[in-house]
Design a protein around this ligand. Structure first.
Ligand SMILES: NC(=O)c1ccc[n+]([C@@H]2O[C@H](COP(=O)([O-])OP(=O)(O)OC[C@H]3O[C@@H](n4cnc5c(N)ncnc54)[C@H](OP(=O)(O)O)[C@@H]3O)[C@@H](O)[C@H]2O)c1
Length: 165
């Protein structure tokens, strides 16, 4: 099977979105997201795809999940289930699950590594949340702390977790 990762930015309450949009603008997180996913495959739910300002992400294989059998999106492939999408990826393909909440929920039991940007704040309004990780199931593999600065207005950490064997 291809190597599958979850990539997500969460706040202290695990919030990830509000009214179809992201909660925090962190240019350094955007840069890291781009660096990790470029040249690889991204899988996302239909609502996350529709929230992308310029449509499909460039220089990546874009896969959109929807139950709508007639859906078509420019520069993206459409699958009706996460399992079918992952089965369609080659063994040497690096696959990033990029949200939203419903897709993270489905993907969590299938992935071996989580790339989480942990933002040290609460969003005032949020309606979409990342699932709670089961205690003892994940081990912190690496942590890179970043202080707020003039471009990134929140303190955050890039934290990678791997599944406990
Ligand atoms: N903080 C972050 O890192 C991050 C990352 C991504 C997204 N977000 C935020 O999350 C929010 C969107 O998340 P969401 O949970 O509302 O929506 P979503 O997961 O992006 O999209 C949900 C839709 O995707 C399709 N879908 C999901 N799972 C499927 C499956 N297993 N098989 C087939 N189709 C499936 C369905 O589309 P149909 O209804 O067409 O069948 C479903 O209605 C936005 O606010 C966005 O900004 C945050």
């Amino acid at each position: 099977m291809s190597r599958v990762y979850i990539i997500v930015a969460i706040d202290r309450k695990r919030a990830i979105g509000f009214e179809g949009k992201l909660l925090f603008h962190l240019p350094d997180d955007m840069k890291r997201f781009k660096a990790l996913t470029t040249g690889n495959t991204v899988i996302m739910g239909r609502k996350t795809f529709e929230s992308l300002p310029k449509g499909a992400l460039p220089n990546r294989r874009n896969i959109v999940l929807t139950k709508n059998p007639t859906a078509k999106y420019p520069e993206a492939e459409v699958f009706s289930s996460l399992e079918k999408a992952i089965e369609n990826c080659k063994t040497d393909e690096k696959v990033f699950i990029i949200g939203g909440a419903s897709v993270y929920e489905k993907a969590l039991p299938l992935v071996d590594e989580l790339c989480i940007t942990e933002i040290d704040d609460f969003a005032p309004n949020a309606d979409t949340f990342f699932p709670t990780l089961s205690t003892g199931e994940w081990i912190e593999k690496s942590r890179e702390e970043h202080l707020a600065d003039e471009k990134n207005h929140w303190t955050f950490a890039f934290v990678n977790y791997i599944r406990k064997k």
